[in-house]
Design a protein around this ligand. Structure first.
Ligand code: HEM
Length: 151
């Protein structure tokens, strides 16, 4: 196995774990909302908050590091449009993850404390998290498209 193949394996494997996990999370959020049991949505968001720093963030950084390694090791350049697009999509997905989901978790805790777990106020935050998580996931799907088609 060459260094390039090893990097490609790590890059794709980490992307699969990251995007697969995020897809499942969004699917479970939708099931929980449709079930009408609001506490289930809260539990899912709390699990995802815990997974952020120990699962999603490290995997995103591994995708980034292995991607940079692939560009350096392979016959690619950082001026190629698909590499720039990959970097921009990954950075946006990670920045949204940190800048939106962390404060949203705190807003949710606050709403639950003040109005209760089944309140409309808490559920409004749940709904926001679901919408932003779906948009964030679309960025990651776009990154897979850009990586495979290399426009
Ligand atoms: C969320 C972000 C990303 C995802 C989901 C992703 C996913 C993938 C996938 C699935 C492949 C395999 C495509 C193929 O072999 O045809 C790939 C290849 C590659 N990626 Fe990414 N990638 C991401 C970000 C990046 C970034 C930021 C860089 C560069 C800094 C990068 C550089 C590369 C390179 C150089 C290849 C090898 C292409 C080849 O050998 O054909 N990727 N990526």
């Amino acid at each position: 196995m060459t260094v390039y193949e090893a990097l490609l394996f790590v890059h794709i494997f980490a992307a699969v774990l990251w995007i697969g996990g995020a897809t499942l999370h969004v699917a479970l959020m939708q099931l929980a909302r449709r079930s009408g049991e609001r506490e289930q949505s809260l539990t899912l968001i709390r699990y995802d908050d815990r997974l952020g720093p120990i699962y999603y963030l490290p995997l995103g950084l591994i995708v980034l590091a292995a991607g940079i390694g692939l560009v350096v090791e392979g016959d690619w350049g950082f001026d190629q449009s698909w590499v720039i697009a990959g970097l921009a999509l990954l950075a946006t997905a990670m920045i949204v993850g940190i800048a939106f989901f962390l404060p949203a978790g705190k807003r949710l805790d606050h709403a639950v404390e003040k109005y209760g777990p089944a309140s409309d106020q808490a559920f409004a935050v749940v709904r926001q998290v679901e919408v932003v998580a779906t948009l964030d996931l679309l960025l990651l799907y776009a990154a897979i498209f850009v990586m495979t088609v290399k426009p």
